[in-house]
Write a new protein. Structure first.
Length: 371
């Protein structure tokens, strides 16, 4: 990770974790989102329907003012999870509760109310901002749609929102293409903030930005979290970014969460072989901690036909035997470190059944990565 990024980000994480006793703002149980695979007429006639198992049985919780980072390789289902949690997608199965209410099947006015309370920020603000509207109109639209302000009151609120995200209100008559990437993301944040949401799902919000601009946007999001009491689901493939934003981290592989816990524990004592491999792939982490670099070979298997048993067994550096291919390990609580309050979960992988000496002797990571 760039030290320029590290030194520019302020550390203000520390929300109340749902795991530590607070009522969760958001929770999902057994959440699935499957997409139909496009098939030819003959395939449809003679074959079974095929489905992309993009999100395949996710349990998670998020407390008020908390940030849950969601990480994993490209295609593991992070964006689909974010869109399903925010009900931009309808779940295939499972339940979602938000602010004490089940929202999995919300429609009509309930869905409209949810659209106000749960906002989404996307990676590429240019494609999510209407190019034919001025940025002032873009930020003002949700105020009108949700009957929050009209006329002069709306204009005043738009000016306040511009200032809140570090943009001059004088820029409000310009169009999105006239702004830099960082400025456009600020417009996207102002639009999300306009309706004073409780939760923002940020899908790779800084991935397209230069490192110095990434830090500015992250600092802005952290300040707004404190000011507005926001909760975030922060999706990113870059662990370095997620580390600085998140109170807790959920690691996804092939549509499932394989490990979840406080950020400190995930980075200092990763328990799942996939988490260890992801961390080992960050150069500065391997350097700092003297970990052996273990490369993940190949690409994840297709989510159309996921492997039996543990979804990671086909690439796992700690693969043991056919046991790994038999039963799918469930997420279960693991011992927590002295520093962390919230409970931590990991996939109950067979590696854990081995005794400690056996594991140390066989581990491709050596003794210096927890597990
Ligand atoms: N609308 C859709 N129709 C069919 N398949 C989809 C759809 N959206 C996503 N997928 C598939 O679902 C799987 C998960 O995709 P998703 O975009 O959620 O992953 P991701 O982890 O966010 O990846 P990335 O980091 O590259 O954005 C992928 O195999 C993807 O091709």
């Amino acid at each position: 990770m760039s030290s320029q990024f590290e030194s520019s980000v302020t550390d203000t994480t520390g929300g109340q974790s749902a795991e530590s006793g607070g009522e969760p703002l958001l929770s999902a149980k057994g959440l699935k989102k499957h997409f139909p695979v496009e098939q030819s007429f003959l395939d449809r006639l003679f074959g079974d329907d095929e489905w992309v198992h993009a999100v395949d049985g996710v349990d998670l919780t998020l407390a008020e003012r908390e940030t849950l980072g969601v990480v994993g390789e490209s295609g593991c289902g992070k964006s689909t999870l974010g869109r399903t949690l925010s009900r931009l997608y309808e779940p295939t199965a499972g339940t979602i509760h938000f602010d004490g209410e089940e929202i999995s099947d919300a429609e009509g006015d309930r869905l409209k109310a949810l659209r106000k309370d749960v906002q989404v920020i996307f990676q590429d603000p240019l494609s999510s901002l209407n190019p034919r509207k001025t940025v002032g109109e873009i930020v003002g639209k949700p105020l009108a749609v949700h009957d929050i302000a009209t006329g002069e009151a709306k204009d005043e609120r738009v000016a306040e929102l511009f200032e809140e995200v570090g943009l001059s209100p004088d820029l409000r008559d310009r169009y999105p293409h006239e702004f830099s990437g960082g400025q456009r993301q600020r417009v996207g944040i102002a639009r999300a903030l306009a309706v004073e949401p409780k939760l923002i799902i940020a899908d790779e919000p800084v991935s397209a930005l230069d490192v110095s601009v990434q830090a500015q946007i992250i600092n802005l999001m952290k300040r707004l979290q404190q000011e507005y009491g926001l909760s975030y689901v922060f999706i990113a493939h870059d662990l370095s970014v997620v580390r600085h934003v998140s109170d807790r981290i959920a690691v996804m592989y092939l549509g499932k969460i394989v490990e979840e816990g406080p950020t400190h524990d995930i980075f200092e004592a990763p328990a799942h072989p996939y988490t260890k491999s992801l961390l080992a792939a960050i150069p500065s982490i391997t350097g700092e901690m003297g970990r052996r670099t273990v490369h993940l070979d190949g690409n994840p298997p297709s989510p159309i036909d996921p492997p039996s048993g543990c979804p990671f067994h086909t690439r796992c550096p700690e693969y043991i035997d056919e046991e790994c291919e038999a039963d799918e390990p469930a997420l279960q609580p693991v011992e927590q470190s002295a520093e962390s309050d919230p409970e931590r979960h990991r996939s109950a992988c067979h590696w854990n059944d081995r005794d400690e000496a056996d594991r140390a002797a066989q581990s491709p990571y050596g003794n210096d990565v927890g597990g």
